[in-house]
Structure formats: structure tokens, C-alpha cells
Design a protein around this ligand. Sequence first.
Ligand code: V47
Ligand code: SF4
Length: 378
Amino acid sequence: MMDSTSSDSRFQEIARRVEAGQRLSFDDGLYLDQHADLMSLGALAHQVRVRRHGNVAYYNTNVHLNPTNVCVYRCTFCAFRSDLKAEKSYVFSDSMIRERVLEAKSQGATEIHVVGGLHHQRKFDWYVDIVRVIHETWPEIHIKAWTGVEINWFAHLTKKPYKWILEQLIDAGLGSLPGGGAEIFDTEIRAKICEHKADPDSWLDIHRTAHELGLRSNATMLYGHIEEARHRIDHLLRLRDLQDQTGGFQTFIPLAFHPENTGMTHIKKPTCHQDLRTMAVARLMLDNFDHIKAYWIMLGEETAQVALGFGADDIDGTVVHEIIYHDAGAKTPEGLTVGELHRLIREAGCEPVERDTLYRRVYRDGAEWRVGEPVLVG
Ligand code: V47
Ligand code: SF4
């Protein structure tokens, strides 16, 4: 951090351009990430957030389903994966999936978030059937399933193009794609943290194809491990470029690295300072993304709450049954009630608005809900 007269004048010049609605460059992003005073940076990001969303903060009512933890890959940051024959390995049966969906229904969830491992022995049909079983059990729930990495794996299994894969999943009931698997796009960093995973161009190509088919998707960035500021800004700009072309991304979610039980336990979890800085920089660089999400389950409720004043306008959801971050040492509860989410949001000076996955307002009477108009974005 620095705040000398010359660096401050650089910040003022960037702030003037943000206020005029002008786009920031790679060098601006690097400056903000490395040198800007945190409070000034946060205030600038908050200004953009207020321009777009006023004092509204969005949340949703959702459950997670991770159908298997068995995975052919060995990402060094992952505590969730299991070898095929390891004691911790598991695979959900159809009846377990139905049970999870019925539980979601009884809790009034509007979304089921489905991601998992790339199982050595399961064929593409197994993954399609998971979507089909969910959809047949309760057609109203929005199915946000399979990251770009999983879609890439399905293309490898079937030797079919992404478009075909996505069409099969849409036909089974898929509603949108989550943002995982993006990690850090820089190839040198990627080679060190997730060597065999879908490369950046494939990940972006999958999201481009999804957008062309009318699916909306999210985008993430895993930060706070071995990457540097230049890798984070490069990552954000690659997302911004694709968003210029398709407009299909809804939300950007910065994901703070959790080191426990991973291959990088020597690295400390990012500090609150870094979390807030990353959030604010993302809000300022991603001028074509409507929403920036402070994912409370991994940031912790306190940081997520403060992040609503540092550029974030969304806090994710009730999140019942999260395991990926809890395996990696997250100390947050495994779910929050709507009342608890409201309290977090109101204490931050915001007005809570429940949205569905596609950012339409949700009108609710207990576990019963209906979806209304799309939320307004300035
Ligand atoms: O790609 C895995 C991350 C992602 C760790 O779209 C870790 O709304 C930190 O897709 N420390 C999957 N991060 C989760 C995901 C997601 C999460 C929240 C919201 C949305 C959305 C999508 O989880 C992976 C990886 O980047 N991850 N292990 C870890 N130890
Ligand atoms: Fe497998 Fe995903 Fe974990 Fe990587 S992050 S090892 S792809 S489950």
C-alpha cells in the first residue's frame, strides 16, 4: 500500500475516469491492486456498486449437491477430491439425489448448485442423468450445474463438440453454468496449481458456446495462492473481453484460497485486507458485469458483510450442504437462514432482495415462491 502525492494523483486520475464511466486499462488495474489505499479503492468501487444497484444487496435460497468427490485430476489447491478407492470417496445414488431435491423443495430453495469430481469410471450419461433426475423430481428448481472444467471433461469422454454436450444437458433440464474451474488463466500459474485441467481458451470457449445457446453463466477467480497482481488483472481482462462479445456472464465471484488439507498448506489464507482489495478491483475492472458476489461461505460472514461496501452487491445464498470449502478448512457454518442473511445485509446498510439464479425477484410465502420481474441494474 502507498499513498504518496504522486501515487495519489494517479489514483485521482483513475477515479475521474471511473466517475466518467470510462474503461480502465491493465496498468490501471495493476496500480489499483498493488498500490491504491484500501479505503479510497473501496469507496470508488462502492460508488460504482451504488450507481448500478443503489443500496440493494441480493441473496438467494439454494442448496449444493456434489454428486461425487472422486476425481481424475489432482489440483494442488483442492481438499475435496478423492482417489477412486480411498476411504473418503463417495458417489451419490439416484435416490440420494432425489432426497436432496425434495429436501430443497421443503426448504423453499429456488436453485440447486451442482459441481463435483471427474470420476474415473462414470460416463457422460451419468452426469446427464443427474440433471434429469433433479429436473424430474422437481421441475421448478433451477439447475446450475457443471463447471467449464466438467464440460471439457465430457467433451473428452464423448469426443463431441461443446455445443452438443450443452444441448444434451439443456434437454435434460440444465438452467445455467456455475463459474468454477476458471482458477487463474495464466498458463504458468495454471501448470503449477491444476496441471491437466481445461486450459483457459477451452474454459472461455465453453462459456462462449453456452452464451450462444442462450444459457447464462458465472465466472470465478481463485486468488491468494501463488499468483501475483498481474495474473489477477490478466484474468479479469480475459473475462471482460468475452463479456464484451457475448454479454452472457451474470456474476463474478472472487474465490479466496483455503489451504487446509490441500497441497499448498504452507500458504496462509488471504487476509481480510486482500479479500476486500480483490473485490473492489474486480468491481472496477469488470465494468460490463452486472453483479459481483461476496460468497460468504468462503469469505466468512464478517468479510462478506463488509464487502457489500467494497463493490459487492450479492452475498450468495442459504447454501445448504457445502463441502468444497469446508474440506479445505472454512470455519463458516454449513448454511445460513434467510433471517441471518437479512441481518448481515441490513447491518451493512443495505436492503435485502431475494433473487433467483437468473436475477429475477423472488416473491415468497414460507417455502412457497414465485418468480417476478428481473432486478433493475443501472
Ligand atoms: O473451481 C476448490 C474452488 C471452485 C478450493 O457460480 C477452492 O455461483 C478455495 O464453482 N480454496 C468450485 N477455493 C466452486 C464454484 C462456485 C462457488 C461459488 C459460487 C459459484 C457460482 C460457483 O471452488 C473451483 C475452485 O476454484 N476451490 N478448492 C480451496 N481449497
Ligand atoms: Fe478435481 Fe475439481 Fe478438485 Fe481439481 S478442483 S481436483 S478438478 S474436484
